[in-house]
Write a protein that binds this ligand. Structure first.
Ligand code: KG4
Ligand code: ZN
Length: 351
């Protein structure tokens, strides 16, 4: 089974060809960093236009690298949401056109599901597992029970952790995207120099909050007399990263407990999404998992951030179960993995 996967929901234009033997035959990721850098963040309209300009070429390159033709495909998978709707529309329309012209099954994939299933592509792990999904738009703890079966244990009541990384980078003029820049700066920093809040730590449950931490970093940054020097920046980044990791670890510890009560034989903690690229966080999570009899599974860096291979793989998984979509599928700006999960309270919670 060979599936083409297309990803255009954020600022990467990506296409990949993946088969059911877990072989990534091609994976092309075109980053729009240069287009968005002047704005210090992603501009949805700029992103949509860039996807439109580049997607055909990226798909062509993936098909050529994989040395397959459209008629060889068993399915065409695309991110159907959630994401920046202009970009999602570009991807969905393109995928539908390919599927219609070549009479191939069409698969609309939830972007979060694709992140969630990536460790089955890279490590062939079995259900169920606990997933910490950390990206620029999401911060959730989910029990992954099967394809299409996700139970949310916790989510953020304000910012996503990746968003906090990006904003801290912006405050400190480290450029965009922020996560890798903050991690790099933190390498030379003292994580104990600044005493920053650990939002939600010690509270019951698995929800997250990052806006108070972000504000605390802002106050520290503003308090530097004049421009902060290199060491100040490194120390503040290291302190922020340590606080964010502490918060994530604390919530994940609670989730592992809940997971253990329900699935005593589960052994895998998975971290996925762009922030999963962070090495310091991986180390902390690996230690947490190990202490609880779990093993941490973290996809390779290029499969943590947005890519087409994860979409193609989710397509393979869905196709194997006969979960194909019709061509009247409408792109979705929002698409929760666990629609039954209650909305969280935004008011009255302080970090
Ligand atoms: O999954 P992703 O590529 O796109 C979304 O779906 O959001 O995640 C992007 C996010 C950004 O906020 C970026 O700053 C963050 O992941 N990120 C990192 C690192 N690499 C990317 N955050 C912390 N450390 C990193 N090394
Ligand atoms: Zn993503």
């Amino acid at each position: 089974m060979i599936v083409l996967g297309i990803e255009t929901s954020c600022d990467e234009t990506a296409a990949a060809v993946v088969d059911d033997q877990r072989h990534i035959r091609a994976s092309i990721v075109l980053s729009q960093l240069d287009e968005h850098r002047p704005f210090g963040g992603i501009v949805p309209e700029v992103a949509a236009r860039a996807h439109l300009a580049h997607l055909d070429g990226v798909i062509g390159q993936a098909m050529a690298t994989a040395a397959v033709s459209f008629s060889d495909l068993d399915g065409v998978a695309v991110t159907g949401g959630p994401g920046l709707i202009g970009g999602v529309i570009v991807g969905v329309m393109t995928a539908k056109a390919i599927a219609a012209v070549h009479d191939r099954p069409f698969l609309a994939v939830n972007h979060l599901e694709a992140h969630a299933l990536t460790p089955r592509l890279t490590d062939a792990i079995d259900f169920p597992y606990l997933l910490l999904l950390v990206s620029g738009g999401h911060c959730q703890l989910l029990v992954v029970e099967g394809v299409g079966r996700y139970r949310r244990l916790g989510t953020t009541i304000d910012d996503a952790v990746g968003e906090a990384f990006d904003k801290v980078a912006k405050m400190l003029d480290l450029g965009y995207p922020g996560g890798p820049a903050v991690e790099r700066a933190a390498l030379d920093g003292d994580p104990a120099r600044f005493d920053l809040p650990r939002p939600m730590r010690g509270r019951p449950g698995c929800h997250f909050s990052f806006s108070g931490l972000k504000t605390a970093v802002k106050h520290r940054a503003d308090a530097f007399a004049g421009r902060p020097n290199r060491q100040d920046i490194a120390d503040l980044c290291a302190s922020f990263q340590a606080a964010a990791a502490d918060a994530l670890v604390d919530r994940t510890r609670n989730a592992l407990k809940l997971m253990g009560e329900e699935y005593p034989h589960a052994t895998r903690l998975v971290v996925a999404g762009g922030v999963a690229a962070n090495q310091a966080l991986r180390e902390r999570l690996a230690a947490l998992a190990g202490a609880d009899g779990y093993r941490l599974v973290a996809p390779p860096l290029d499969l943590c951030t947005d890519n087409g291979a994860m979409i193609a793989w989710a397509g393979v998984e869905r196709l194997a179960l006969g979960l194909v979509d019709t061509l009247d599928f409408a792109p979705r700006p929002r698409w929760p993995l666990d629609p039954a999960a209650p909305a969280v309270a935004f008011a009255g919670v302080k970090a």
